[in-house]
Write a new protein. Structure first.
Length: 464
């Protein structure tokens, strides 16, 4: 297997080269040149594997032997040794048709830990075995930053800079990033929103001279390894609900803003996992829901919501889906992305829209609906949802019910990370000690204007 760019102007790359490249050198996103097909017999053989064993098998389909199996096994086992639950991603049954996949048992209580603990160890492995300089650059709407920092802090040969939108993440998310006082960590709080931060990061990675000079590496979901790691828990959830050989499919309801987590489910389905419907759950920043329901991909007015990690108007991973929607045609992707840059919108109709609606259902959850869902789950199941997971459950209630198919809602964060929203529901929760202790620590961050030049100035000073 090799990896290619969605825009077609990058030579075929191996697994490690793709990992280090992050964003394609032509501005596109890296994808496998052929998605491996998993047979029914293989699924049956994987059914009883632990999460770590399952990840080893799935990654083995993509790494081309570039990482010896025993080394990959060590990287994987080390990455999940710090998780608080022995299953890593346990599945909880709420009722006969609705399950919750708990993805928040890692060091920072968010689903991003699943990919970023692995990526941190993988970067350390590449740095040691190949002598690579690793300078990680990323933007976060809240959870990615803390998870990325937790994955690489203190690791020799690695430095990391994270941009987050000033005042637009939850207090716990902010503290998880900014209470880290390590010399290899820089937190920049940008006066703007997440899309502003993401735009600066993508512009830096598109500058190949800058990227090469400072050995910049990507931690965001523009990096295909992020997507691949997240694909694993779709398989794991399927095995823990209906199981291989059952002849049944499972639907997934996925809170998403940047299209990475839902694309991981799409990739799992393309590989052969018996997935029924993939439900895109958004909040009022509902560009993805509008695309699926109306055929219009166009940023609207930015809104601050109860689910800040999804306060995103431009979904980076959407380009990967366009590549497959248009039969792996980089020419079409280049045309569409150029049109989007010039006109600010992509419009599809007819058979193209029908294809999108066959691949996904989508629902935008309003603020009051989000809070009502938190209250409802607490009263009905005695189960506390964070506001992002609540969007996933609300989407299931709105467009996912009505069949005998099981639906798994992805629980993307621990509710303690978003106590502001939980308290609005009249619910008091106790904080895990790891989170409670954050409020006593000093913060380390620099507030900067939303300016490419200003951010670059800080990064260059940090990396010298």
């Amino acid at each position: 297997m090799h990896f290619v760019s969605t825009r077609g102007n990058v030579k075929k790359a191996g697994f490690i080269e793709t990992f280090l490249m992050g964003l394609g050198d032509d501005g596109g996103l890296m994808v496998p040149d052929a998605i491996p097909s998993v047979s029914a017999d293989t699924l049956k053989g994987w059914e009883k594997l632990s999460f770590q064993e399952l990840m080893l098998e799935i990654f083995g389909l993509f790494t081309n032997g570039e990482i010896p199996r025993e080394d990959l096994k060590t990287i994987i086992n080390d990455s999940y040794s710090t998780f608080r639950h022995p299953e890593v991603t346990p599945v909880k049954k709420l009722d006969d048709s609705l399950y919750v996949l708990e993805l928040f048992h890692g060091p920072t209580f968010a689903f991003k830990d699943i990919a970023l603990q692995l990526m941190g160890n993988l970067y350390a492995y590449v740095s040691k075995t190949r002598g690579e300089i690793i300078h990680i650059l990323g933007a976060t709407s809240g959870d990615t930053g803390a998870s990325a920092i937790a994955g690489v802090r203190g690791k020799e040969g690695i430095r990391i800079c994270i941009l987050h939108p000033h005042g637009k993440v939850s207090k716990v998310q902010e503290l998880q990033m900014t209470t880290v006082d390590d010399q290899n960590v820089l937190n920049l709080s940008v006066e703007g929103n997440f899309d502003d931060c993401q735009r600066i990061i993508k512009e830096m990675f598109s500058d190949l001279e800058l990227k090469g000079k400072y050995h910049l590496r990507a931690i965001n979901s523009i990096n295909f390894v992020r997507i691949l790691a997240q694909t694993v828990y779709y398989f794991y959830a399927y095995f823990r609900t209906v199981g291989a050989g059952s002849g049944k499919t499972v639907s997934f309801s996925v809170p998403t803003g940047n299209f990475g987590d839902i694309f991981a489910g799409y990739l799992a389905k393309r590989m052969g996992l018996p997935v029924g419907r993939l439900l895109i759950a958004t909040n009022e920043n509902n560009i993805l829901a509008r695309f699926v329901n109306e055929g219009i991909y166009e940023p609207g007015a930015f809104r601050t919501t109860y689910s800040p990690s999804m306060d995103i108007q431009i979904a980076s991973n959407f380009e990967r889906y366009l590549y497959y929607m248009y039969k792996e045609s980089p020419e079409t992707v280049r045309f569409l992305m150029t049109a989007f840059q010039k006109e600010g919108a992509i419009r599809v109709s007819g058979k193209d829209l029908e294809q999108a609606q066959a691949d996904f259902a989508a629902y935008g959850v309003g603020g009051s609906e989000c809070l009502d869902t938190i209250r409802g789950a607490w009263e009905k199941y005695a189960y506390l949802l964070d506001p992002h997971t609540a969007c996933g459950v609300a989407a299931y209630e709105a467009v996912g019910k009505g069949t005998d198919e099981i639906c798994v809602a992805l629980a993307t964060a621990h509710p303690a990370k978003f106590d502001e929203s939980v308290r609005l529901c009249g619910i008091e929760q106790s904080f895990p000690p790891e989170i409670a202790g954050l409020f006593e620590k000093p913060q380390h961050q620099k507030v900067v204007k939303h300016s490419y030049g200003r951010v670059l100035e800080e990064i260059e000073a940090f990396l010298k």
